[in-house]
Design a protein around this ligand. Structure first.
Ligand code: MN
Length: 743
């Protein structure tokens, strides 16, 4: 996180602040420590205080408070032990100060040095295009060696997110995007439920500050009413639970604000309609052998009092989720006919559900808990072993490994396989073995032949047919969803490309020899000159004749074995542009009718346009994205693509803002649904829009079915105020049920 350079003096009251933070850290360590641990923590603290003594955070506070707080989060909130505390204290020293890994190794041993290395960002000598991805990849490759690296990284990110207030807005957005793109799903996958929820809430607060404020206020206002309801719900249960003869806790759990928001936004329900703002949890304390029986006993107690909804019963005790989550969920009809979700579990399951991987160690070996993470880590190891995968591809493959929902299918012998939801028949083939995947010619599901892209369903029995002559092709990538299958197919195709490229290489070799040019430097020169991403791509282009060697080489002459251009002014345009050259030259006819500032400058001087995925309007929160082909694209901050763009190409994001302009219009799309009570609905809507509101319509599509209609209307709008006015007016029309802006 950003810091200001060289503000040396740590004031006396700050010293006290630092010492207080350190004592609080020591108190938060719950696990046993021997003398060595205590000495190491003290030593790490002193080393970090010294190393960071001249740095401050953006907020102005001494930098050392950050590593101390990260260490405290590791111990107290994630439940890690002394080794992690030492590494967390040291996590920024190698990157930001003069301390070297060698010194850390000497003082603390190899293990700690390796973890700190994993926590240290890559240095400056790498390609800008992929640096964020490279960093993730580095973190994740250390993850398979020691999971603590990624857990400490989570604590680091959490503290940075909590203290993001002093960063400029566009940086906040970029960091939030990264967090929701990879850190939150990863926290989920590692079972760090509390951390994941906080990530999502903090991201929501940053990206949609107004909605966040409004929603948290409404939750606050309705809290007493909800507490009263939960108490009413719990009362009749307690007498019966007292009789089961095991200690238990029962309490209401409020839903996270971000999950309430995503319901309102994506399921299009109003705040009042969200009945399950909370769940009731019952946690029993019992020895492992009786866990399952007792949970079902509690289930029968609950359903004796309240009527259950059978479809909503979920048994993750018999089959735990692949992140280790175990629990019994049911939804019952509570007082006043409201639906209430009840979660039943044991203390052990609760610890794993809340703290995931960290708690998992403690219970290793109980109820087959050990294997779920091992299997997952094995999958990541396989992805990492693929020598052909570049960092961006790796991240995208890795992300598919973070799927939350899963699917259970069976081999012909009856062995169960767990796959992410949405997995296809071809994914199944690759999950058996990569060779089975490569040579898959057909798949039978429940004895019936299905297409390879067939989406598997729970309980399917799947058998794969193979033929040695079969091999993957481009189209296969569209038929799989798992990271493993994707990466195997890609790598096989790259191999193919490489072999094919060898023909191109020989061809080029002959040509250059005839010209008396030295091979290696000439290839280097040509790849760069034409902007090919790699030598293989270049050879491949030659072999497929996409690149005409004979024609192209005519432009060069050879001097002392090296290629030179004949005529500099005929220099061809590179095939792949460098990001820096993308900024289009200022236009001569500057109109002065500036609508947008990019990086504080009028956007008119750039080649810019509005992204069609989110059609921003004046008043919307926006940012600019430097695209490879199309110059600057203006997106809404809430655009569905924003997270992906900011997380992977943060350095191409530029701050953008509106400046007022009275006479320009923008396109906004609205989706309107309602009840169709006969002809004339289009006339009524268009009349309302164009005559009463004075808004011009660009297009209007409507279709109806059995008394219901759904329409999409494109409007020319001046700003968000006018748009909101239109939405309100249309909503109030008779027979209109919903009006929503299409993202
Ligand atoms: Mn840090």
């Amino acid at each position: 996180m950003g810091k200001m350079a060289e503000v040396p003096i740590i004031r006396e009251e700050e010293k006290q602040l630092i010492q207080r933070a350190y004592r609080q850290l020591l108190r938060s360590i719950k696990s046993d420590m021997d003398e060595q641990d205590q000495r190491n923590i003290r030593l790490a603290y002193e080393m970090a205080v010294d190393a960071h003594s001249k740095q401050r955070r953006k907020s102005g506070e001494p930098y050392i408070l950050h590593p101390i707080e990260v260490a405290r989060i590791c111990a107290e909130e994630i439940g890690l032990g002394p080794t992690a505390v030492v590494c967390a204290l040291l996590h920024d020293v190698v990157e930001d100060t003069d301390v070297t890994l060698g010194e850390i190794g000497q003082k603390f041993g190899e293990r700690i040095a390796r973890i700190v290395d994993g926590l240290t960002k890559l240095d400056g000598s790498y390609n800008k295009d992929t640096n964020q991805a490279e960093n993730f990849k580095k973190v994740l490759s250390t993850l398979v060696d020691d999971v603590r690296v990624v857990l400490i990284k989570m604590a680091d990110r959490l503290h940075n997110m909590r203290t993001l207030g002093s960063m400029p807005r566009h940086k906040q957005l970029k960091i939030a995007a990264e967090t929701s793109y990879i850190y939150a799903p990863l926290a989920h996958r590692l079972g760090l439920h509390a951390v994941k929820t906080e990530f999502q809430d903090l991201c929501f607060r940053i990206t949609e500050p107004e909605a966040y404020a409004e929603l948290s206020q409404r939750l606050q206002e309705t809290r007493r009413e909800r507490t009263r309801y939960i108490n009413e719900f719990i009362r009749p249960l307690t007498t019966k639970l007292d009789e089961i003869g095991a200690p238990y806790r029962i309490f209401g759990r409020p839903k996270a604000i971000s999950s309430v928001w995503s319901k309102i936004r994506f399921k299009l329900v109003s705040f009042e309609e969200i009945y399950d703002l909370f769940a009731v949890r019952i946690v029993v304390d019992v020895e492992p052998i009786r866990e399952k029986a007792l949970c079902w006993h509690v289930y029968s107690v609950v359903t004796d009092v309240y009527k259950p909804i059978p479809e909503r019963l979920k048994d993750w005790i018999t089959t735990p989720k692949s992140n280790g989550y175990e629990s019994l969920h049911t939804t019952v009809i509570g007082p006043k006919g409201r639906f209430v979700e009840v979660q039943i579990r044991t203390e052990r399951m609760d610890a794993i559900a809340e703290r995931g991987f960290a708690a998992h160690w403690k219970y290793k070996g109980v109820n087959n808990q050990a294997d779920v993470y091992e299997t997952w880590l094995e999958g990541i190891r396989e992805l990492l072993e693929n020598p052909n995968s570049d960092a961006l591809e790796f991240i995208s493959d890795f992300k598919t490994n973070l799927f939350s929902e899963e699917l259970y299918v069976y081999t012909p012998k009856g062995d169960m396989k767990v796959l992410p939801k949405g997995a296809t028949a071809l994914d199944f083939a690759f999950s058996i073995h990569s060779d089975v995947g490569y040579h898959c010619t057909g798949v039978k599901v429940n004895g019936r032949l299905v297409p390879m892209g067939y989406e598997l369903k729970n309980g399917d029995q799947v058998s794969v047919m193979t033929n040695r002559a079969q091999k993957p092709n481009e189209g296969w990538l569209k038929m799989v969803v798992t990271g493993k299958a994707k990466s195997k197919i890609r790598s096989s195709m790259k191999e193919e490309r490489r072999e094919q490229g060898m023909i191109g290489r020989e061809h080029l070799e002959r040509k250059l020899k005839n010209m008396k040019a030295d091979f290696e430097p000439a290839v280097e020169f040509l790849v760069k000159h034409y902007g090919f991403a790699s030598h293989i791509d270049f050879y491949y282009a030659i072999s497929t004749e996409a690149f005409n060697v004979r024609e192209e080489l005519k432009q060069f002459r050879v001097e002392a074995g090296r290629l030179h251009e004949h005529l500099p002014e005929l220099k061809p345009v590179p095939v792949v542009e460098e990001p820096d050259q993308l900024l289009v030259k200022p236009k001569k006819d500057f109109t002065g009718k500036t609508r947008i500032l990019v990086g504080g400058e009028p956007a008119d001087q750039y080649n810019y346009s509005f992204a069609s995925c989110c059609n921003p309007l004046p008043g919307d929160d926006i940012f600019a994205f430097l695209s490879q082909a199309a110059g600057l694209k203006i997106h809404r901050t809430s655009c569905p693509n924003a997270v992906h763009l900011m997380a992977n190409y943060g350095y191409r994001i530029m701050k953008a803002e509106w400046v007022s302009s009275p006479d320009s219009t923008f396109v906004a799309d609205l989706k309107i649904t309602g009840i169709d009570d006969g002809p004339g609905i289009i006339e009524r809507l268009t009349h309302e829009i164009s005559t009463k509101l004075g808004v011009n319509i660009r297009s209007f599509n409507i279709h109806g079915d059995e008394g219901y209609f759904e329409g999409k209307v494109s409007l020319f709008i001046a700003n968000t105020d006018q748009l909101n006015m239109a939405i309100r007016t249309l909503k109030n029309l008779r027979n209109v049920s919903t009006v929503t802006r299409v993202e």
